[in-house]
Each structure stands twice: as structure tokens, then as C-alpha cells.
Design a protein around this ligand. Structure first.
Ligand code: IMP
Length: 422
């Protein structure tokens, strides 16, 4: 039987999806990315070198794992080729990389538009990664986006020039710099040739792999709270990082997916603006940030930190159809001495145990209901659940009770091997 395992973030990104994906990719035939672009980032240690992945599935580091950038991903070719260069330097076989004909391309005007659109939002800035992600998906929806396959069509240059001219008019209108049309055209004609060896019909490729009973691991990007439909709109990314995005971003069918692993941390964090009900904007939050090294892999921004929110997680588990959880940073919680789990939201005298639209726009009025736990344990590198102290087990069992899914993977340290598998 073919196996398709999906790894998704359940909060606001940065849950440590990379660690679980890297582990699951070890015996996978294919590692797949389906959504987002180089707004994502995760660092993998490979033969003593730290490699930061933004676009290419990190599973490519395994000798026998092929890597696929699916149709739902938005690709900045400059970033792609920087990543390819690093992989080549590390002697990774790049013939294993496959890029979808249907994936949309990010152009320099998208990056500038990202800045312009944030500027125009005045007090309502999203705090994007400024990588052009939103504007690229906007052009896709507006049907003026250019896909990988479009680069090989006779009309590519004409369409690209039209887009640059139109965008430059807007940049000029708002007093922004304009872009060099000739430079962009010349760069992308080069990228077209450079990308050619990697471009395939990834949908057919994946369907064939399913027919051949292969194992596929889908590396999710971003997370449920950032989903454009199911997250905290408008403080979201411009794609669907939930399970639906895995399907539209790859062409895999619903029945192909065999496991959905939801990743979260034993506390919570968020980058950028937006509601964060369990945020600890105080010394506790600062301590979690330092102990958990909560600084962005892509932007280096310090992350906002707070307590684990089982109310938001219950919603995330349901909308994604999560079959098991991966809980990271249990060791970090153990260094705090005490920790809280948010098990309810109180608003207008009503208690919610799962996120509800009644709280939209009223997050500041919500009173989080916490249960307190003693979390004073040293478990760095532990790999056996039975060896965990009772306090740690109690914490995990409370999470399982609220979410009604088993915790299958438990992160007990920063290294890839620091993990309990139940
Ligand atoms: P964008 O995806 O660059 O448009 O940014 C939109 C929002 O999503 C911002 O709040 C970003 O900080 C957040 N975001 C995007 N990608 C990631 C990620 O990989 N991890 C965490 N936050 C992210």
C-alpha cells in the first residue's frame, strides 16, 4: 500500500515541523512541499554543516529520497538557485529534485508590492516576511500570474513586460522606486534555462508513485492559525497551510492521505502581528523565548511566546483531521518549573473548549482558563516514554484528553535524535 504522511503546523508556524519531516523522510521515497514559498524556513544539520531550507523539501538530503516542489508553491527562482548551489556544494544529488510546471513564480515586483501593500495598510500591517508571497498569490487569483510552464511559452516575455510596466506605474504613483524591466527580463530568461532540468508534471509523477506503492512525506509550511480561510484572517499568510492546501497544492486525492501529523510545541509562539490569546508579554514570555531559542529562521525576528492553547489546538486538530500529534520542546517546559495549559476561553459568561467564531475580533476580551502544572524535569535527549517523570506524563496526558488524539512524537531536545516515538 502507498503511504502519504502529512506534517502540518497547528499554531502559527515554527512548531518544529522540520524535525518531524526530516525523521519521517528517512524512509520515504518522496518528500513534497505543497504550499507557501520562501516565507518558510527550517535549518537542518547535515554532515556538520547547517543548511537552511526555504523551498526545497529537506528530505532531499536522504540518499534515496526524491524531492518535489508541488504546484501550490510559489517560487522565487533567485532563492531556489541559492539553495540548489548550497546543496551542490554539499554533494547532494540534484537530479532528485522535481519542480511542478504549474507552480507560480515570484518576481521582484511581488517583493516590492509586499512592502507597498504593508505600507498602505497603515495601522493594520500584517507583519509579512516581505518575500512577495501575498502579491504572488494575488496575481495567481487575478489570473495574471506566471507559472513555471509559462516561461517556456512564446508569450512569456510579452506577458512579463506587461506586468512589469503595469506594476511600475503603481509604484510610481505611490512614490516607490520603479524596477528595471530589462534586468528582470534578462534574469528570468536565464532562470528559465537553469530551471528546465527540474521541471516535470508533478501531479502525474505523484499519482504514478501512489500506483507503485511508494511512501510520500508532505512537509507542511506555515500553520493553521495562518490559513487564509481557517486562520486568524487578516493576520494570515496568503495560502492554505491546512490539509486542503496539501491536496490543491499537490494534486493528491483525499483517499491517498494515510496519516496527518499535527505539530505543536509544549508552549506557543507567534511571529508578526495578530491575536495571541495565551501570549505572555512579560518575563515568562522572555524566559520561554530564551530557553526555546525562539527567533525566526527566515527573518531572525524574536517570536512572541506564551502558553500552549488547547482551545485553538482542538479546532486545528479537527479542521485538519489530525490523526496524531507531534509535541516539541517538552524539555524546554521542564526548565520552567511551572507551566500552564489553556483549557478554555471565557467570553460573555460562556466557556468555549474549542475556537469559535464568537471570539473573532474580541480576542482581547477573552479570559483564558488555565490549568497549572509542575514542570520541573530534565529530559534532554530522552527517547523512552516510560522514563519520563510523572509530571511530564501528566502534562502530555492532559493534552491528549482535551484534543482526543494521541501524542505520537515528543521532542526532548534540539537534536534530531532527541525524540520519543510512541
Ligand atoms: P507572509 O506569508 O510573508 O505574507 O506573512 C504573513 C504572516 O504569516 C506574517 O505574520 C508572517 O510572520 C507569518 N508567516 C509566514 N510564514 C511563516 C512561517 O514559516 N513561520 C511563521 N510565521 C510565518
Amino acid at each position: 500500500m502507498a503511504k502519504v504522511e502529512v506534517v502540518l503546523g497547528l499554531n502559527y508556524g515554527d512548531e518544529g515541523k522540520g524535525k518531524i519531516s526530516t525523521f519521517l523522510a528517512q524512509d520515504s521515497d518522496i518528500a513534497l512541499r505543497c504550499t507557501g514559498g520562501n516565507n518558510a524556513g527550517h535549518t537542518v544539520e547535515f554532515n556538520g554543516t547547517k543548511i537552511v531550507f526555504h523551498l526545497i523539501p529537506s528530505g532531499i538530503l536522504n540518499k534515496d529520497t526524491e524531492a518535489v516542489i508541488g504546484n501550490g508553491v510559489v517560487i522565487d527562482p533567485k532563492v531556489l538557485f541559492e539553495e540548489i548551489e548550497i546543496l551542490k556544494e554539499n554533494k547532494v544529488d540534484l537530479t532528485k529534485l522535481h519542480i511542478s510546471t504549474r507552480a507560480h513564480l515570484i518576481f521582484p515586483y511581488h517583493v516590492l508590492e509586499d512592502k507597498l501593500h504593508e505600507y498602505l495598510k497603515e495601522d493594520d500591517k500584517v507583519g509579512t516576511t516581505a518575500r512577495g508571497i501575498g502579491p504572488c498569490y494575488m496575481d495567481k487569483a487575478d489570473r495574471i500570474g506566471l507559472r513555471v510552464i509559462d516561461m517556456y511559452s512564446d508569450s512569456f516575455e510579452k506577458k512579463l513586460r506587461r506586468n512589469i510596466k503595469n506594476k511600475n506605474k503603481v509604484f510610481e504613483l505611490f512614490g516607490f522606486e520603479t524596477l528595471d524591466e530589462e534586468q528582470i527580463v534578462s534574469d528570468y530568461l536565464k532562470y528559465r534555462d537553469m530551471m528546465k532540468p527540474y521541471v516535470i508534471d508533478t501531479v502525474s509523477y505523484l499519482h504514478k508513485a501512489i500506483d507503485e506503492n511508494k511512501k510520500i512525506i508532505c512537509e507542511g509550511a506555515q500553520a493553521t492559525g495562518l490559513d487564509m480561510d481557517l486562520g486568524d484572517y487578516p493576520m494570515v499568510t496568503s495560502s492554505n497551510p491546512t490539509i486542503g492546501g496539501i491536496q490543491t497544492g499537490s494534486g493528491l486525492g483525499a483517499k491517498d492521505i494515510t496519516s496527518v501529523y499535527g505539530v505543536c510545541k509544549a508552549y506557543a509562539s507567534r511571529v508578526g502581528e495578530g491575536p495571541f490569546i495565551t501570549e505572555q508579554n512579560n518575563e515568562t514570555g522572555d524566559l520561554i523565548r530564551e530557553l526555546g531559542h525562539e527567533y525566526g529562521a527566515t527573518t531572525k525576528r524574536p517570536r512572541r511566546c506564551g502558553w500552549m492553547d488547547l482551545v485553538a489546538l482542538k479546532y486545528a486538530v479537527k479542521v485538519n483531521g489530525v490523526t496524531a500529534l507531534a509535541l516539541n520542546h517538552l524539555d524546554t517546559i521542564g526548565k520552567l518549573g511551572n507551566a500552564k495549559l489553556c483549557v478554555g476561553y471565557k467570553l460573555d459568561g460562556i466557556v468555549y473548549d474549542e475556537s469559535n467564531d464568537a471570539i473573532i475580533g474580541r480576542e482581547n476580551e477573552v479570559e483564558p482558563i488555565y490549568e497549572e502544572f509542575e514542570t520541573n524535569f530534565e529530559i534532554k535527549g530522552e527517547i523512552d516514554y516510560n522514563n519520563l517523570p510523572e509530571n511530564a506524563k501528566k502534562y502530555i496526558e492532559r493534552i491528549e484528553k482535551h484534543l482526543s488524539v494521541p501524542v505520537k512524537f515528543i521532542g526532548t531536545g534540539p537534536d534530531n535524535d532527541d525524540m520519543i516515538i510512541r
